[in-house]
Design a protein around this ligand. Structure first.
Ligand code: SF4
Length: 188
C-alpha cells in the first residue's frame, strides 16, 4: 500500500520533543495506517488508512527542521513503510539538509524490506531500524525501544547512533501548561 494521499502523509500523532523513542531528544511521528495487524498490537487505533491528519511532506519536513535542540527524528506508527514513498522522501531530505539522526520502526522484516526494494535507501539514510512484527508471545517489557524479542535492532554501516546493549524500558509523562497529560511508551 503506498501514497494513498499523494505527497501528504496520513498522520496519527506528532510529539516534537520526546526522549524515549531512540537516543536523545527526538521529533517523533506516528503514521496512520498499518496493514500488518499484529496480534496484541498496542496501537490498533493506527491500523485504519482512513484519512486522519493529512500533512504535506514538505510541511512536515519544515516543522522538523524548525525544531530546536533535537538529535533526530523517529518514525513509527502505524506502519511507516505502508507510506513508503513519502517516508523515503522525508528521510532522504532529512539526511540531505541536516545532521539529524533517523530512527525508523517497521513491522516488516529485513527480508521483506529487501523484497520491497527499499533496503539500499534504508541502509543509506536510516541510523537505527527496529524491524519485525510485534509478537505477543515474545513480549518483553524490559527492552528499550522494542516490544518483542523477535524484533531486530539494525544499525546500518553509516549509522551515527552508537550501538547499545539492552537497557531498561522507559515511560515518559508529558504535562502541558494546559494541564493535559500524555503518557508515552508502554508501561508494564
Ligand atoms: S506493525 Fe506495529 S502498528 Fe502495525 S500491527 Fe504490528 S505492532 Fe501494530
Amino acid at each position: 500500500m503506498n501514497n494513498l494521499y499523494g505527497t501528504q502523509f496520513n498522520i496519527s500523532h506528532i510529539e516534537p520533543a520526546t526522549h524515549i523513542y531512540g537516543p536523545g531528544r527526538r521529533f517523533a511521528v506516528w503514521l496512520q495506517g498499518c496493514s500488518l495487524a499484529c496480534k496484541g498490537c498496542w496501537n490498533e487505533q493506527m491500523w485504519s488508512f482512513k484519512a486522519n491528519e493529512l500533512l504535506d511532506r514538505k510541511n512536515l519536513l519544515a516543522q522538523i527542521l524548525a525544531e530546536q535542540d533535537i538529535e533526530g527524528i523517529t518514525l513509527l506508527g502505524g506502519e511507516p513503510l505502508d507510506q513508503a514513498e513519502n517516508t523515503v522522501w522525508l528521510i532522504q531530505e532529512i539526511k540531505r539538509l541536516s545532521s539529524l539522526t533517523v530512527m525508523l520502526y517497521t513491522g516488516y522484516s529485513k527480508q521483506e524490506v529487501e523484497q520491497k526494494q527499499l533496503w539500499s535507501t534504508i541502509e543509506d539514510s536510516v541510523d537505527l531500524l527496529v524491524s519485525g512484527r510485534y509478537q505477543e508471545q515474545h513480549r518483553n517489557t524490559n527492552n528499550q525501544w522494542y516490544g518483542s524479542e523477535n524484533q531486530e535492532l539494525i544499525y546500518p554501516q553509516k549509522s551515527s547512533i552508537e550501538q547499545r546493549s539492552k537497557l531498561q524500558n522507559e515511560v515518559e509523562i508529558i504535562i502541558e501548561e494546559t494541564g493535559e497529560v500524555r503518557v508515552l511508551g508502554y508501561p508494564t
